[in-house]
Design a protein around this ligand. Structure first.
Ligand code: UYC
Length: 231
């Protein structure tokens, strides 16, 4: 009944993350009324920084075929729940759309593409990055890309997640690669088929950084001020 759903909504607003995650699943099975509660939830949280719980609620609405949900998202969240800020006029909406449907493989490729765009036309042609280019990336853009990954992966994927793991391993690359599933014993995980393109992957598995040309790019990414300067 409407009362039951209202109760679920109240619990969703007040609950711990684990409870919230379950309630979103529950509400997503309750048809239009459940979707409506999720809309209320997103509206209530609009002023605060989006977390992966908001991401979950958003994804349910985004993937549902309910016309009301479509209409709602178009009017209130036409570009998703993460503000797509860029200092370079880069459009991150295609990335948010891939992440909203959790097409992590395509999102991974587009992430590299967007970072090449950040680095400029020569990097776009080259299709990979120099570490010196990464150093000059604007904080805003890296934070936008990272926030998109975080929010749409239940906090599992993103450069900041990888960086925390790497720091926790005293910056030991070998241990880091094993931990995030890029290496198994002495064997590198082969691109693309051996990587795991869904949330069953180890924490920090995505996005990928090809190590073929060494660790300087990823090291530069991890020492970027984006992760230590709140903005
Ligand atoms: N690849 O092994 N990788 C490629 C990864 C390495 C290699 C692309 C990640 C190790 C070659 C992506 C890992 C290595 C190519 C990744 C990994 C290697 C290639 C496509 C675990 C050999 C080009 C986009 C660290 C020992 C030819 C891009 C081909 C591509 C990612 C080989 C995303 C995370 C050191 C030869 N590898 N790469 O950036 O097959 O080129 O496409 O990192």
């Amino acid at each position: 009944t409407a009362n039951d759903i209202d109760l679920l909504l109240q619990q969703l607003i007040a609950g711990s993350i684990g409870v919230q995650q379950q309630l979103i699943v529950q509400l997503s099975d309750l048809g239009d009324e459940g979707l409506h509660a999720l809309m209320e939830f997103l509206l209530k949280r609009r002023e605060t920084k989006a977390t992966w719980i908001d991401g979950n609620a958003y994804q349910v609405l985004y993937k549902s075929n309910a016309p009301k949900a479509k209409e709602f998202l178009l009017s209130y969240f036409p570009e998703g729940i993460v503000p797509l800020k860029s200092e370079c006029g880069i459009d991150y909406n295609p990335l948010q759309q891939l992440l909203a449907v959790q097409d992590f493989q395509a999102a991974d490729r587009l992430t590299l593409q967007k970072m090449c765009e950040l680095a400029g036309p020569t990097a776009v042609q080259r299709k990979w990055l120099y570490f010196t280019e990464v150093e000059n990336f604007p904080i805003t853009d890296l934070q936008t890309i990272n926030h998109l990954w975080l929010v749409h992966s239940q906090g599992k994927f993103g450069f900041s997640v990888q960086r925390e793991i790497w720091l926790g391993l005293s910056k030991n690359w070998e241990n880091f690669w094993s931990k995030i599933g890029w290496k198994n014993g002495n064997n590198w995980t082969r691109y693309p088929n051996e990587f795991t393109w869904d949330l069953s992957a180890p924490k920090g598995h995505l996005p990928l950084s090809n190590q073929l040309r060494g660790v300087r790019v990823i090291a530069s990414l991890f020492s970027h001020p984006a992760w230590t300067n709140a903005k």
